[in-house]
Design a protein around this ligand. Structure first.
Ligand code: NAD
Length: 286
């Protein structure tokens, strides 16, 4: 039976560490690290996410600068706000909650961020640094995944790692972070032929597709580490991942639950990235 990876406990550990770093930062620079959050429109799920990020900031002593814009905000107005936040010395991180309303291009908005303040790690400069293995801000969910993998204590170097899902937000950056840790990485997507066959050889399996139950338990290699990133709400209201948890647990050595696995790590890593970004800006690093 698999050991359940406790994402909540891991996230608490990261938050505790961030809290101490915030105190050190304040002592040294006489100000708190600051995170601006930008929410456009009134999508209830996005509003909930942003609220939980602001609450998490408050808990660790990061100053929050909330900006809520109405649904009809133009690209020029949004870019003007980003420009202002880029210039402010008390704002070290800027988070634009996605998705944006359809008339706004997320790509254009993200490209307008100062890469040093891009705490979601989505700016092309940061994604380029990730591909080149250079230091830079990395996307939060992939960082959370790596933290959980490392916490298992199993070696990643040389391991057969399979990532299912190739989004810019999760799948692709996770593949590069695994590569950075010397895993042998296979990146699968909706056009992958015979997914079951590829998944079966994974010693490390990361699934981020948003397709409930896509990965069957009997596909999981005996002794594998399974990280299920998916968050899917079923018609009866329950939350499930992309992996058949019950069946996979009888084969894996470690597995993340949904909820309580990767989810809490994403916010914890956002806090860590904000402090990291603030320190680098104060030290004058790019
Ligand atoms: P996305 O829709 O951008 O990408 C989905 C990926 O899955 C695509 O690359 C697609 O090719 C692949 N895919 C779809 N169907 C497939 C199939 N049948 N076989 C193989 N691959 C297939 O999604 P995303 O933003 O990467 O998010 C994925 C899931 O992770 C969602 O459920 C999302 O809610 C969740 N998520 C969770 C967190 C967290 O904090 N836990 C953060 C981000 C996303």
């Amino acid at each position: 039976m698999a050991e359940i990876i406790d994402g909540k406990a891991a996230a608490q550990e990261v938050r505790g560490h961030v809290r101490r770093e915030v105190l050190e930062f304040e002592t040294r620079y006489g100000m708190a690290p600051g995170l601006a959050t930008v929410l456009v429109g009134s999508d209830p799920a996005s509003a909930t996410y942003v609220r939980s990020k602001r609450r998490a900031c408050a808990e660790v002593g990061i100053a929050s600068f909330p900006h809520e814009l109405n649904e009809r905000t133009t690209l020029d107005e949004l870019l003007a706000l980003i420009g202002e936040l880029n210039r402010r010395n008390d704002v070290h991180g800027i988070l634009v909650q996605l998705p944006l309303p359809p008339h706004l291009s997320a790509q254009q908005v993200i490209a307008a961020l100062d890469p040093r303040k891009d705490v979601d790690g989505l700016h092309p400069v940061n994604q380029g640094k990730l591909v080149q293995g250079l230091p830079g801000l990395r996307p939060c969910t992939p960082l959370g995944i790596m933290f959980l993998l490392e916490r298992t204590g199993l070696p990643l170097a040389g391991a057969d790692a399979v990532v299912v899902g190739r989004s810019t937000l999760v799948g692709k950056p996770t593949a590069f972070l695994l590569l950075e840790r010397d895993a042998t990485v296979t990146l699968c997507h909706s056009r992958t032929r015979d997914l079951a066959h590829v998944v079966q050889r994974a010693e490390v399996l990361v699934v981020a597709t948003g397709r409930p139950g896509l990965v069957r338990g009997d596909w999981v290699r005996m002794g594998a580490i399974v990280i299920d990133v998916g968050i899917n709400r079923l018609p009866d209201g329950t939350l499930v991942g992309d992996v058949d948890f019950a069946a996979a647990s009888s084969r894996a050595a470690f597995i993340t639950p949904v909820p309580g696995g990767v989810g809490p790590m994403t916010v914890a890593m956002l806090l860590r990235n904000t402090v990291e970004a603030a320190k680098r800006q104060m030290e004058g690093q790019s």
